[in-house]
Design a protein around this ligand. Structure first.
Ligand SMILES: Cc1cc2nc3c(=O)[nH]c(=O)nc-3n(C[C@H](O)[C@H](O)[C@H](O)COP(=O)(O)OP(=O)(O)OC[C@H]3O[C@@H](n4cnc5c(N)ncnc54)[C@H](O)[C@@H]3O)c2cc1C
Length: 427
């Protein structure tokens, strides 16, 4: 029985090989193998083609390294002059430190709070010709020992400090507290400008927190001046006639500055220098000048901060865009509530949530964001060595805060880029 059953079984399988399931299985396997080979060949051909295309770069008048405000402004004007440009950006987004991602529908000033302010009407008219601006006046508040004060120092601050109301009283108070001796350190410097009470309340502990050192052990140049006014005005950028934030945040400004531009995102220029440099008449480099030279004279140093975001389930967390925390026992330095930068945006204002970012000062190292150039004597001299090298190059120009190792407000960045581009002849 068993044998018969086995025979029968064999027979059945041999039947299958004549147009039966076994043959079908074989065919399917063959088809699958052929298909696999074809797909692999197509992928290889596609990648090879792409590589060939990539290797054959177009030629450009300008390759602009960095899509921050300097690079993007340069790009805008160069294109207006009929120049062919390529922007290379190592991040996956454009805008440099002005990039504002949307979290919970609220624009977040990712690299720190940014308010456009200027006293230059040409620059103000220019940015307003590109995007609409939300009127915004920067008002700053400091919370110390549980009490709130307005900054920069004005009659409100003096009233909150000493309960005085007249400008003359405030002036006398500061004058009698000023240090009048030789200036050896940051403490001497600060007290000589603003007096002891204000130094003790707002500067001493804050500096210790920022620099991890006492003011007596820091150089005076860190605080070259301290703004103070004997009027009741809380406008932080009171020296500038124009102030605001683009509607749609800075992303909207970059959409215009980089419109119809060829952009290579996620591309670091440095390791690809040999490939890109011959592809343009000129390179506008807005990355780190020391990095361009492979840190030949050792790296330039920066200061940096770190932000920690929190989503709060309230419509209004602190009632202000920025509150400073100068006291040493509070380890963050500022708290930023982003929705207050957009006071007229009904959609954002009606949200029952808010995004709050805590700012912490951090020791800078090569892996961290280079935010503020550390323009002390040592670093300034080091920069001059790099600049000397840069001046020898006729096809590479170094611009912006990293290329020129200098803190620039936004209006100055636009001014610099505009000045440089103005020397370009129209095509
Ligand atoms: C915390 C903070 C707050 C500020 N607040 C204000 C304010 O309220 N008002 C004001 O007017 N100004 C403010 N500023 C200044 C403002 O941020 C700068 O003026 C402006 O961002 C400088 O633009 P930039 O193009 O020079 O540099 P960036 O914005 O840094 O742009 C440089 C770009 O180059 C890219 N890049 C670098 N290296 C390479 C490379 N090797 N390859 C490819 N891409 C590269 C970077 O990724 C970046 O996108 C503030 C600055 C800071 C740090």
């Amino acid at each position: 029985m068993e044998e018969t059953r086995g025979l029968r079984h064999e027979k059945i399988t041999s039947d299958e090989s004549n147009g039966s399931p076994k043959l079908n299985k074989l065919n399917i396997n063959t088809i699958l193998i052929i298909l696999g080979i074809l797909i692999t060949i197509s992928i290889i051909a596609f990648l090879y083609n792409k590589k060939l295309k990539n290797d054959r770069l177009n030629h450009y008048d300008y390759i602009i390294v960095g899509s921050g405000l300097y690079g993007a402004t340069f790009n805008y004007f160069a294109k207006k002059k009929g120049k062919k440009t390529l922007v290379i950006e190592k991040r996956n987004v454009t805008g440099g430190n002005l990039y504002c991602p949307k979290i919970e529908g609220i624009y977040v000033h990712r690299y720190g709070p940014h308010v456009f302010h200027t006293d230059n009407k040409t620059i103000w008219d220019f940015v307003n010709s590109l995007v609409e601006f939300t009127p915004y006046i920067t008002q700053s508040i400091a919370k110390s020992k549980g009490k709130l004060y307005t900054l920069p120092y004005n009659m409100w601050t003096f009233n909150q400090m000493w309960e005085i109301s007249k400008p003359e009283q405030a002036n006398d108070k500061i004058e009698e507290q000023k240090y009048k001796g030789e200036i050896y350190n940051l403490e001497d410097q600060a007290i000589s400008i603003i007096g002891k009470d204000i130094y003790d309340r707002f500067i001493k502990e804050n500096i210790r927190k920022e620099w991890d050192r006492e003011c007596q052990n820091l150089p005076p140049f860190i605080i070259p001046s301290l703004p103070k006014r004997f009027i009741y005005d809380t406008n932080y950028f009171y020296k500038d006639r124009y102030q605001g934030i683009p509607v749609g945040c800075y992303n909207a400004l970059f959409d215009v500055l980089l419109k119809d531009t060829e952009i290579s995102l996620g591309t670091d220029y440095i390791p690809n220098k040999e490939r890109y440099e011959p592809a343009a008449d000129k390179i506008i480099f807005t990355g780190r000048i020391d990095e361009y030279y492979n840190y030949t004279y050792t790296p330039l140093e920066y200061r940096t901060v770190r932000w920690v975001d929190k989503i709060e389930n309230v419509d209004n967390f602190q009632g202000s865009a920025v509150i400073h925390y100068p006291d040493f026992d509070i380890n963050y330095t500022r708290v930023v509530e982003h929705k207050h930068f957009d006071p007229y945006n009904k959609q954002i204002q009606s949200k029952k949530k808010t995004i709050v970012s805590y700012e912490y000062y951090e020791e800078w190292n090569e892996d961290k964001e280079c935010l503020y150039p550390l323009n002390d004597e040592k670093n300034n001299n080091l920069y001059l060595k790099y600049k000397e090298e840069a001046d020898k190059l006729s096809n590479v120009y170094f611009g912006g805060r990293l290329g020129q190792y200098k803190y620039y407000d936004m209006d100055k960045v636009i001014f610099e880029a505009l000045n440089f581009v103005n020397n370009i002849k129209k095509k």
